[in-house]
Design a protein around this ligand. Structure first.
Ligand code: PLP
Length: 418
């Protein structure tokens, strides 16, 4: 199976808000999913419903019990989606804030001394947190160089740098610049082989919308995502900590439950919208991989998503029918190569000698939204070693269609002077 069936695609698209129009621009194709994925209609409805409820959690009244039930249901839904049979889920302000919290608490919970390890492929959320807390806990920060050719950090790369005194290590699950997914389980195994007690924190923000999650198989301690990049909405981040990390000394209210990781009054609506995401993926799995078992349906949905995205990326790079792909266009260069099996819904490219911003504007004028990544503090870690000052990032999700890729290639044929 590759592309989603056209009838199913119609049903998928009907479930999302602003799938082909923008309230500011009108008709448009949305290839800016790494900046924020489309929002489920159910998430919009649920947000409105919960925004109107005045009650707080933890009271002995029927509304309060209802709110707590909603939160507990969302945590159980998240356990199914993430494939986590232990540990704890909690919400925070954003992906960045949660990753800082995970790294900070790992750095202070770990035995004194040693080093903090990260990789040059990481988003600045974990790179900044790890460097800040290395400095503030008097530890060197060690950086594993990623592989320019593939846009990845691999277990072999980490194995060269991990030492028995590595106290905290960060892993990026998928890059929002190269679009490549890392093998988290293999990297974690390489770290644990040398430093078994290391706290391992994973940035899952870019990966979350692109395939399956399987926390139980990763052997890590912390994992964070941003629900606005996974069909929910802005305003909260979602994290998981392992049993070990949950019980380790961490920031919390004095006298509060020892294992609590939540900070203050939660927005019940954010939890409720996370349940909407899981319900949606469950429905998608029921269409693509029917099973009596919910986890199996969720895995099936992830596989169908990845297969569809691969079909879109391959078409964008290699062309469709008579339409040339990016690979055929003069002076086009693609990050991570033309046939990278780790690619997850994203194609980042440049036309040598042309400003990427100019291409993004030309695409915008043709109703196609993409994004320029510059060699700044967000993307310089990937672009600088390539010697690129910028690139065009085309980021897709499973609700994007082959017709949209055709429109993109038609536009690029004009823009690139093929
Ligand atoms: C890999 C990665 N990590 C962290 C973040 C930051 O997430 P947030 O915007 O929720 O702070 C992003 C945002 O795009 C990201 O792609």
């Amino acid at each position: 199976m590759t592309e989603l069936d056209p009838q199913l695609m119609q049903q998928v698209r009907a479930r999302f808000a602003y799938v082909d129009t923008c309230p500011f621009q009108g008709s448009r194709i949305f290839f800016e999913n790494a900046g924020g994925a489309l929002t489920l209609n159910s998430v919009v409805e649920t947000s409105t419903k919960f925004a109107a409820i005045p009650d707080n959690q933890g009271r002995d009244n029927v509304a309060s019990h209802g709110l707590v039930d909603t939160i507990n249901k969302a945590k159980s839904d998240a356990a199914d989606l993430f494939g986590a049979s232990s540990g704890q889920f909690f919400v925070g302000e954003s992906g960045t804030e949660l990753l800082f919290r995970l790294v900070r608490n790992a750095a202070t919970a770990a035995k004194a001394g040693g080093v903090i390890l990260g990789s040059t492929i990481e988003h600045p959320a974990t790179r900044s947190a790890a460097q800040h807390w290395a400095e503030n806990t008097n530890r060197p920060y060690v950086s594993v160089p990623h592989d320019n050719e593939t846009g990845l950090s691999r277990a072999e790369n980490y194995a060269k740098y991990v030492t028995p005194d590595t106290r905290v290590a960060c892993i990026l699950h998928a890059s929002p610049v190269t679009g490549m997914g890392m093998d988290v389980a293999a990297i974690a195994a390489a770290i644990r082989a040398v430093s078994p007690e290391c706290y391992i924190v994973v940035d899952g923000v870019q990966n979350a919308a692109h395939g399956t999650l399987d926390i139980d198989s990763y052997d890590v301690d912390g994992y964070a995502i941003s629900p606005y990049k996974m069909f929910s909405r802005h305003g909260y981040g979602f994290a998981w900590v392992s049993d070990r990390f949950m019980h380790a000394p961490h920031e919390q209210l004095i006298g509060g439950p020892e294992t609590a990781w939540e900070f203050g009054t939660r927005d019940t609506g954010s939890y409720a919208t996370f349940s909407d995401v899981v319900s949606y993926l469950d429905w998608l799995g029921a269409q693509t991989a029917p099973s009596e078992n919910r986890r199996e349906r969720l895995i099936g949905a992830g596989k169908a998503i990845l297969a569809h995205e691969k079909a879109l990326c391959d078409a964008m790079i290699q062309g469709i029918g008579n339409l040339s792909g990016l690979a055929d266009m003069t002076d086009v260069e693609i990050i991570g190569g033309l046939d990278n099996p780790n690619r997850k819904g994203m194609v980042s490219f440049r036309i040598k000698g042309r400003a990427s911003a100019e291409i993004v504007t030309a695409l915008n004028e043709r109703g196609i939204r993409t994004h320029t990544r510059k060699a700044d503090h967000y993307s310089g870690n990937v672009l600088d070693p390539l010697g690129w000052s910028d690139c065009v990032r085309v980021s897709m999700c499973h609700y994007n269609t082959m017709d949209e890729v055709r429109s993109f290639l038609t536009a690029m044929t004009e823009i690139s002077d093929l």
